[in-house]
Design a protein around this ligand. Structure first.
Ligand SMILES: NC(=O)c1ccc[n+]([C@@H]2O[C@H](COP(=O)([O-])OP(=O)(O)OC[C@H]3O[C@@H](n4cnc5c(N)ncnc54)[C@H](OP(=O)(O)O)[C@@H]3O)[C@@H](O)[C@H]2O)c1
Length: 258
């Protein structure tokens, strides 16, 4: 889909990958709806993008609250008349070994990383199906395909999101609505600082983490080409491919790296 003159909702637009994605889509001519909890950061981004706020809507909200999600969609329809592209990007991390994983934190993680995207999809889908067009982008992770130690809870949310994404794509095959899965690898954002849990992963080896704008460009390309799966780097793609082809090798290797 050509994003020019299209309305795109971007969750998690106050920081990192979502913020960079909002910039890229705005530059590509989209009307951008900026959603996250931090109203001040969204306002600052909106002002930077569009002084007159003609193609920007600021929507402070929490994706884990179903009523807030419906309000976001209603507000967008009221202002711009349609939603053409949905980018489910808001997400949080949790670093903890399975043995000491806090149940309440894991519930919260599923609320944000899994139920948030589900609420948005369910709120937007009837309209996209009626218009016979739309693109739904779910931002997963390379560790939403291959797990690593101390990220089991986070990986579980992204594996679940992956299952939902792949199923939805099949269910919508003749509807005109496309479903894109994005699998970023390590990206320089506030993600680790914002993550819950006690353990912290080792530093990503130098040269492996990318800037959020690189992920944003990949998301934009994914929408333009209506890609099935989007990987940001060749290394990310290899990680997932080798992980799936040689799981025993990963069982041996990954605990030595993470
Ligand atoms: N960074 C990485 O290495 C990496 C790698 C693979 C995948 N990812 C995925 O990429 C996505 C973006 O992460 P990031 O790296 O850009 O991290 P980030 O800088 O921490 O951004 C996370 C965004 O999600 C928003 N958010 C968190 N909880 C929310 C809630 N309950 N309701 C609404 N918005 C919420 C945050 O905004 P507020 O705090 O203002 O609500 C923020 O805008 C996530 O889904 C993450 O899992 C990241």
């Amino acid at each position: 889909m050509n994003p020019e003159n299209k309305t795109v909702i971007i969750t998690g637009a106050s920081s990192g990958i979502g913020e960079a994605t909002a910039r890229r889509f705005y530059e590509a001519g989209s009307r951008v709806v900026l959603a996250a909890r931090s109203a001040d950061r969204l306002h600052a981004l909106a002002l930077e993008l569009d002084n007159n706020w003609e193609r920007v809507l600021v929507a402070p909200m929490d994706v884990s609250e179903k009523a807030a999600v419906q309000q976001l969609v209603d507000q967008t329809l009221q202002r711009f008349g349609s939603v053409d592209i949905l980018i489910n990007n808001a997400g949080r991390g949790l670093f903890a070994a399975v043995a000491d994983m806090d149940e309440a934190k894991l519930h919260h993680l599923f609320d944000v990383n899994f139920f948030g995207p589900l609420y948005l999809i369910q709120a937007i889908l009837p309209m996209m199906q009626a218009q016979g067009a739309g693109v739904i982008v779910n931002v997963s992770s390379i560790i939403g395909r291959v797990t690593i130690p101390t990220s089991g809870g986070y990986c579980a949310t992204k594996f679940a999101l992956g299952a939902l994404t792949d199923t939805l794509r099949m269910e919508l095959r003749s509807s005109g609505v496309k479903v894109v899965a994005v699998f970023p690898g390590a990206t320089h954002t506030a993600f680790t600082a914002n993550a819950m849990g006690t353990t912290r992963p080792r530093e990503t080896p130098r040269g492996f983490a990318v800037q959020p704008d690189r992920v944003a460009q990949a998301i934009l390309r994914g929408v333009q080409h209506e890609s099935r799966d989007v990987y940001v780097t060749f290394t990310d793609r290899m990680f997932v491919t080798v992980g799936r082809m040689a799981p025993r090798l990963m069982d041996w290797l990954l605990p030595r790296v993470f």
